[in-house]
Design a protein around this ligand. Structure first.
Ligand SMILES: Nc1ncnc2c1ncn2[C@@H]1O[C@H](COP(=O)(O)OP(=O)(O)OP(=O)(O)O)[C@@H](O)[C@H]1O
Ligand SMILES: [Mg+2]
Length: 344
């Protein structure tokens, strides 16, 4: 699907979510975990945007910020609710956020802990309807729950069972039905299949893609690696230590990655494609630094194969490098040259 809408449904502006850390006997504020640290991102109506990055880079926190589930430290989350003028969700209290909650829903990473074990499947899927569609009659609700379960490939007879009676894949389908209950416009799928058996991952993903199309959902699909999102997303954003380092169409990112980190991520994806040979596997040195103690300047410089002294000075700004591709690295077009210099 091509995305022609010029106005984003969500627009994150310099978004920060820092978790304070308290230490010592006096429990003083000693540091911050900079989980999301200056994210700028537009999400367009009807698109599927993939967000990719290693563990701990802030993907879930970013999703939770859009869901109003974590306190935003600074920045804005502009949300174009039902064609109205955009509202800034970042500035809202839980109560003020409530009217928008039904429009943005999340499918969680772990289907084993995200469903209440004491509630039946019907109760789980019905809950958001009770909260957001108070006018709906009980028979109507049950009918809708059954319809939703059928939509995700389950049977209505399974409604009265409990989560532990189901496999991981089925639980995730229940989670998807719950997320769809309020007819959201945006669905944030946080690694919805990473906890599942490889053999059923594709089934659940295909189901989600069908539903995305049928419901016209804008989808943010969070994943660890590019191979999962390349088949689902029209655009991909690559995240590292709380920042987006590169964003572009799936084609731009997969066939012409520009940021050294994206190049490294991609070199790990096996590809038997003679038109796009890989320059060999890039092995990143060292571990991801702690988000509590980020390097100055570019967060990636301590592991970057082409890092320059000036990379320590400031966080690199996003530069337009392709039709829809933007990269936060001033040296991206000199990659080969700088790499060869290094290796001499
Ligand atoms: N409530 C919290 N309090 C303190 N630190 C937190 C909190 N939630 C997340 N963090 C920290 O913020 C950083 C980003 O976490 P987050 O869960 O967003 O990463 P992620 O990219 O989703 O990782 P994964 O791929 O493992 O799910 C991590 O260092 C994490 O430990
Ligand atoms: Mg996560």
């Amino acid at each position: 699907m091509t995305v022609t809408a010029s106005k984003p449904i969500l627009h994150l502006e310099d978004l920060r979510v820092w978790f304070p850390v308290y230490g010592g006997v006096l429990r003083r504020h000693v540091a911050d975990v900079k989980a999301v640290d200056g994210v700028n991102l537009r999400i367009y109506g009807g698109e599927t945007l993939g967000i990719v990055g290693e563990s701990g880079c802030g993907k879930s926190t970013l999703g939770k910020a859009m869901m109003g589930l974590v306190r935003v430290t600074s920045g804005r989350i502009w949300f174009a609710s039902k064609g109205e003028e955009p509202v800034d969700l970042a500035g809202l209290s839980r109560r003020e956020y409530r009217p928008y909650r039904s429009e943005i829903q999340m499918v969680y990473q772990d289907p084993y802990s995200s469903l209440n074990p004491r509630m039946s499947v019907a109760e789980i899927v019905e809950e958001p309807l009770r909260v957001h569609q108070k006018q709906m009659k009980s028979e109507e609700r049950i009918e809708r729950v059954a319809w939703l379960l059928e939509k995700v490939g389950m049977r209505r007879e399974q409604m009265d069972r409990y989560p532990h009676e189901f496999s991981g894949g089925q639980r995730q389908r229940i989670g998807i039905a719950r997320a769809l209950a309020t007819e959201p416009r945006v669905m944030i799928a946080d690694e919805p299949v990473s906890a599942l058996d490889v053999s059923i991952q594709a089934q659940v993903i295909n189901q989600m893609m069908d539903l995305q199309e049928e419901f016209g959902l804008t989808t943010v699909f969070i994943a660890h690696d590019l191979s999962v999102v390349e088949h689902i997303a029209q655009r991909i954003a690559v995240m590292y230590l709380g920042n987006i380092v590169e964003v572009g169409t799936t084609d731009e990112i997969m066939n012409n990655p520009r940021h050294p980190y994206t190049r490294a991520l991609l070199s790990a994806v096996p590809r038997p494609d003679p038109d796009h040979p890989r320059d060999g596997r890039i092995v990143l040195e060292g571990d991801v630094p702690s988000p509590m103690n980020k390097p100055s300047g570019c967060g990636f410089r301590t592991r970057c194969p082409i890092a320059q002294p000036s990379c320590a000075d400031e966080v690199p700004a996003m530069q337009q490098v392709g039709e829809r591709q933007r990269v936060a690295c001033p040296y991206s077009d000199r990659y080969q040259e700088l790499l060869e210099k290094r290796q001499q």
